[in-house]
Design a protein around this ligand. Structure first.
Ligand code: G16
Length: 485
């Protein structure tokens, strides 16, 4: 390692005295002005990770849905996954090290993670449209160069596009071409093929807008999507990640039944999943459902256990993973199966595999998947919405002095600390029908999130408010106590 270069460049990206930042739900996230040293050091970390795994690593400069003045950094592992959890600790150590200790911390990481500093490093960089993002991605480049690494700066891209590019690069093009054109070509081709297949069977289907028009929105870095519409009475209907998972599961389950293979399919959700979505998936659709901690990395990991793993957070983050064995079998059926219905179903599954961005939840790819399914099944947005009715719910956030006083267990559904909080929540939940509530510290904002659902909106609101008061009193709330909704 060039110690002189490290000293020189780290002095250009000084760490504000006393500032400690934690690796959160999806990397580091904070006010942009506090992040220069963090992104520089994440450039270093990406270089180390690349040397450790002998593959290209991705760095995305974005704060997703956060306010414009925030920013953040997400690291992408070789196959497009989130950074391996065992490296989150190294990321935190590096981000918080005193400047004169940087070299020592790097040496320790190299020892613990068996990094050979003489190896090559390659890093792909992307950024969002925030005013601070361009400058911060320059600091990332400084970090990569200190370790003698190569980089390719893709500039403005969505987070899932960067995940895609990293995966393409490390699979020698097997997943696609590592360019933006390659990404658009792959998705548009699969979408056209999928739609064509369905339209060839029935000309009455299509993408025509219905009177109650469906709309969709992406988040700040296009890795989440939600649908919505206004009904004829002017009421707003949100179609969230739970309903997206349900639609995709229905479609895939039908195709899987047609190809008659013994594929294991499951849906992965978090505690934020609406209770009625879980009930519908388990009881009506008869698909196993698993609940994990918030954060796509947790959902992705769990979904990898199945042949077909559908995962979605209620907030619209999600995708579908196919096991290698299932993918190979499906592609083989397309080529060799004599039975027409079976082969056609396999072909649809094959196009779904190509249309879905399996590296990470991708709003563009998810939208094309949803549009194709709606068209192929001839479903209106209202019919999709009516699959089940969401239980009324309320999501609140409050500020406390230190949100780390809240520790949770059971996929974040129960609070271990502060003492007495869970008992209080249990007692409050008992007061309402069909009710459920939980609290957890956010990993992307300095807030505690409170979720409640119940039989009516009034009850969900009242429960959420009562739980927020309990958090305020037991976890050191800041400012005035939360007001009723
Ligand atoms: C990130 C994570 C998501 C998570 C969200 C909110 O999304 O990737 O899995 O649901 O943060 O997390 P929290 O409740 O801990 O603040 P994004 O789109 O903001 O990167």
């Amino acid at each position: 390692m060039d110690s002189e270069a490290l000293r020189k460049y780290s002095a250009l990206h000084p760490r504000p005295a006393g500032l400690t930042l934690q690796y959160g739900t999806a990397g580091f996230r904070s006010k942009a002005e506090q992040l220069d040293h963090v992104v520089f050091r994440m450039g270093l970390l990406a270089g180390l990770r690349s040397k450790a795994v002998t593959a290209t690593i991705g760095i995305m400069v974005t704060a997703s849905h956060n306010p414009e003045e925030d920013n953040g950094v997400k690291l992408v592992d070789p196959l497009g996954e989130m950074l391996h959890p065992s490296w989150e600790e190294y990321a935190t150590q590096l981000a918080n090290a005193e400047e004169q200790e940087l070299q020592k911390v790097i040496t320790e990481i190299c020892q613990k993670a068996a990094v050979n500093l003489h190896k090559d490093a390659s890093v792909f960089i992307g950024r969002d449209t925030r005013p601070s993002s361009e400058r911060l991605s320059q600091s990332v480049i400084d970090g990569i160069q200190v370790l003698g690494g190569q980089y390719h700066d893709y500039g403005l891209v969505t987070t899932p596009q960067l995940h895609y590019m990293v995966c393409c690069q490390n699979t020698q093009g097997q997943y696609g071409k590592a360019t933006l054109e390659g990404y658009y070509e792959k998705l548009s081709k699969a979408f056209m093929e999928l739609i064509k297949q369905g339209l060839a069977r029935s000309t009455s289907l299509g993408l025509d807008m219905k009177p109650n028009e469906r709309c969709c929105s992406f988040d700040g870095d296009a890795d989440r999507i939600v649908y919505y519409y206004k009904d004829t009475a002017g009421h707003f209907h949100l179609i969230d990640g739970d309903k997206i998972a349900t639609l995709i599961s229905i479609f895939l389950k039908e195709l899987l039944a047609k190809v008659k293979q013994d594929f294991k399919m499951a849906v992965v959700q978090t505690a934020y999943a609406n209770g009625n979505s879980t009930r519908y998936l388990q009881e009506t659709l008869k698909v196993p459902v698993h609940c994990v901690k918030t954060g796509v990395k947790h959902l992705h990991h769990k979904a990898q256990e199945f042949d077909v793993g559908v995962y979605f957070e209620a907030n619209g983050h999600g995708t579908v993973l196919f096991s290698k064995a299932a993918e190979t079998k499906i592609r083989q059926l397309v080529k060799e199966e004599k039975d027409n219905e079976k082969r056609e179903a396999a072909k649809m599954l094959e196009n779904m595999i190509d249309l879905i961005n399996q590296t990470v939840g991708d709003a563009v790819s998810d939208m094309l998947v949803i549009e194709a399914i709606l068209a192929l099944k001839g479903l209106t947005v209202q019919q999709w919405d009516a699959l089940y009715a969401d239980l009324p719910n309320r999501l609140l956030k409050i500020q406390v002095a230190d949100r780390r006083v809240i520790d949770t267990t059971d996929a974040e559904r129960r609070a271990l600390t502060p003492p007495g909080l869970q008992e209080k929540i249990d007692a409050l939940v008992k007061k309402y029908k069909l009710s459920r509530a939980f609290v957890r510290p956010s990993g992307t904002e300095d807030v505690v999130r409170i979720y409640a659902e119940a039989d009516t909106q009034e009850n969900a609101d009242a429960l959420a408010h009562e739980v927020s008061l309990a958090v305020f009193h037991l976890a050191g709330g800041k400012g005035a106590p939360p007001q009723p909704i």
